[in-house]
Ligand binder design. Sequence first.
Ligand SMILES: Cc1cc2nc3c(=O)[nH]c(=O)nc-3n(C[C@H](O)[C@H](O)[C@H](O)COP(=O)(O)O)c2cc1C
Ligand SMILES: C=C(O[C@@H]1CC(C(=O)O)=C[C@@H](OP(=O)(O)O)[C@H]1O)C(=O)O
Length: 393
Amino acid sequence: MSTLSYRTAGESHGKALLTLVEGLPAGVPLDSAFIDNELRRRQGGYGRGGRQKIETDRAEFLTGVRLGKSIGAPIMMLIPNKDSRLDDLKATPPLHRPRPGHADLAGSIKWLTTDCRETLERASARETAARVAAGGLARCFLRAFGIEVFGFVRTVGEATAKVDVTEDNWRDLVAKRDASEVYCPDPEADAAMREFINQQKMAKDTAGGVVETHVFGCPVGIGSCMTWDGRLDGRIAAAVMGIQAFKGVEIGLGFETARRPGSQVHDEIFYDKTKRDTPGLGFARGSNNAGGLEGGMTNGMPVVVRGAMKPISTLGKPLRSIDLNTREPSEAGWERSDISAISAASCVMENVIAFEIARAMLEKFGGDSLAETKQNYDMFLRAARELPVSRDA
Ligand SMILES: Cc1cc2nc3c(=O)[nH]c(=O)nc-3n(C[C@H](O)[C@H](O)[C@H](O)COP(=O)(O)O)c2cc1C
Ligand SMILES: C=C(O[C@@H]1CC(C(=O)O)=C[C@@H](OP(=O)(O)O)[C@H]1O)C(=O)O
């Protein structure tokens, strides 16, 4: 048995993107329509460039699936690129003038070339389509445990969504988010965000923002404090920081915890017998400043994560750079580009976090088939409910 993992391959203008997922148990019903809808959402959002009008992303399952369910074998998914032109030098000419903020300069030097194209093709966030496919697959697995993920855009420019996301209201917020072009469930903030992105477009500038993800329904105790790399908070942070253009990550109250005294940070513990049968086992908290994670383990509260995306680095009014061939000052190169990809980024963040949650679930509960994983999960919850007697029984 292997732990759940994934790899992606593919260049932005190559033939296709590929995602190889290993370690998914047999018997997971694969909801292709759901995965394709996530891919569609990733393509959307306000301020995106011309590429999204060309592509219609869909994941084709090449391996590991029979009659709509996983069979425990490696799963390969393929997302074709319509705008495939990597070997056409006219359509994708060399780029010698690195864009500040993109991978161009560091990558060209690293791979000993003055053509930034080879780096940018793989650095490009086109690759996030392959990650969303992996996350979508993970969510098909998580569904069997009632675990659901919700993400949205919290901040763009000075505009911040004024919404409190709770276990009770998040489904209503999905509808509001999906009705908004920026993927922000607060209509007033949404309008201000669009205005900010428009202003950047007019100024030939770009925008970033803050995105937020909530995970509902995690049982207490996935992740671990026993090893540094078993900590789920660290893994989530790595997954979020691994998204192109992300420069910061916060869990729960995040950086604000550092400013407050302990009494205003730590979430007091209560017990609600009526919730004994939920994955949180009835341990209610007065607040959720920990963002659902204590000791690198889920504590039964929703997992809450925020990510900071920097502005897109390809500017219509290019910044100063150096021509790598001549070493003379020059304007940075320009490529077709998004002005803002914050909405897409919120969808990507949801899905990379979902994958980490699924991985932690499988580490705790194991199982070669979904039925076995479920049995282990149910047994654990039963034992946890019966504490303090069950462990030594
Ligand atoms: C969904 C998404 C879309 C992006 N679109 C663009 C784009 O159109 N143009 C651009 O210059 N950067 C874009 N980026 C950011 C670059 O991919 C990223 O800045 C680059 O790979 C360098 O990596 P780094 O910013 O993590 O250092 C996008 C990022 C994401 C997440
Ligand atoms: C292709 C996607 O995003 C791309 C990410 C990207 C970058 O530099 O990261 C640059 C642009 O590439 P292109 O020149 O092909 O338009 C974006 O469109 C996508 O998200 O599907």
